[in-house]
Design a protein around this ligand. Structure first.
Ligand SMILES: [Zn+2]
Length: 329
């Protein structure tokens, strides 16, 4: 009994072995299939990665072209220390401290004379004026001559369009004996950016004389400069871009070359007129710039032209420099 049952058990065992063998073959395939599938997927993924990361398009970039906007001053600009020097607005404030009544009156008459001849407006304030007028009666001698006064801009911000004066100082030393307050006028014109003149009859001649007058060219230059509204002017200075497979990379450089702070706005990047990316641009003071780098922007289809646009809703001196088009060959 025991034997038979053993045989039976044995037979069963053999059967089981056969079954196990076929199950082994099956489970072998079950084990191998995912591995093969995985290898296949990896292979195609690899191909895809090669496609994506091997650059298939070239870099493209733009060089800042000259703005359509030009200041029509020509030779007039040579009268100033630097080209196109002006305050941000024609409304200029000033303080006067430590002056005698005569010097204070001279200074105020000088402000009135310039106000009447130009579009500038001068307003006296208690503190933090754009122009600080001080007086000192101690004699100063330089190169064998008495120093009558000193004056000039003390803070200049250089932009592509202007040299923007934000602060100026005047020091009145000698009292003027002329009918016109020539010393005060001379120093005020220095503050407004004007350099010395070689013409003895010009008020900007280094040595003062009562016969000297303000040249018409100075008045013309002031009015030309302040004719330009006190707006910001955002402009692209450099734009570069490249494709890495389906990824778009770009670097944008821009500046505010205007006369006031720009408001918050956005830059829109179009690829063949479809919006690729919108980038927020925070407010930017004049003279300041920004570099924006954007990497790995996924694009479904590549484009032949990339257009960059500063979508400002505020006034600018020139809006033609708010757009740049790159063509990809
Ligand atoms: Zn001088």
């Amino acid at each position: 009994m025991g034997w038979k049952s053993n045989q039976e058990i044995g037979g069963k065992i053999i059967d089981n072995r056969v079954k196990q063998k076929s199950e082994n073959i099956k489970s072998h395939w079950v084990k191998v299939m995912p591995v093969l599938t995985f290898i296949l997927i990896m292979f195609f993924l690899g191909l895809l990665l090669v496609y994506i990361f091997v650059p298939l398009s070239v870099d493209f970039s733009f060089e800042a072209r000259n703005s359509n906007f030009t200041l029509n001053t020509g030779e007039l600009s040579e009268m100033q220390f630097y080209p196109n020097m002006r305050f941000p607005t024609p409304n200029i404030t000033y303080t006067i401290n430590d002056c005698t009544v005569k010097k204070k009156n001279d200074m105020q008459i000088a402000f009135n004379i310039i106000e009447n001849k130009t579009t500038l407006k001068f307003t006296r304030v208690i503190k933090d004026g754009d122009i600080s007028v001080l007086c000192d009666s101690s004699e100063r001698i330089e190169g064998g001559m008495f120093i009558a006064g000193e004056g000039g801009p003390s803070n200049i911000t250089q932009t592509d369009l202007f040299n923007v004066i934000s602060k100026g100082n005047i020091l009145l030393i000698k009292e003027s004996r002329c009918a016109n307050p020539n010393i005060a006028l001379h120093e005020l014109l220095h503050v407004l950016g004007f350099d010395h003149s070689e013409n003895k009859n010009n008020i900007m001649f280094p040595v003062t004389d009562c016969k000297q007058t303000i040249g018409d060219d100075i008045i013309e230059q002031i009015n030309n400069l302040y004719e330009i509204p006190s707006y910001p002017d955002l402009a692209f200075t450099d734009v570069r871009a490249s494709f890495n497979g389906w990824f778009f990379n770009t670097e944008i450089e821009l500046i505010n070359q205007g006369l006031s702070e720009s408001e918050r706005t956005e830059i829109i990047i179009y690829g063949d007129e479809k919006v690729v990316k919108r980038v927020r641009l925070d407010s930017l003071d004049y003279g300041y710039g920004r570099i924006i780098t954007l990497n790995n922007i996924f694009v479904f289809s590549k484009f032949n032209t990339a257009r960059y646009f500063i979508n400002s809703t505020f006034n600018e001196i020139d809006k033609s420099n708010n757009e740049v088009i790159l063509s990809i060959n």
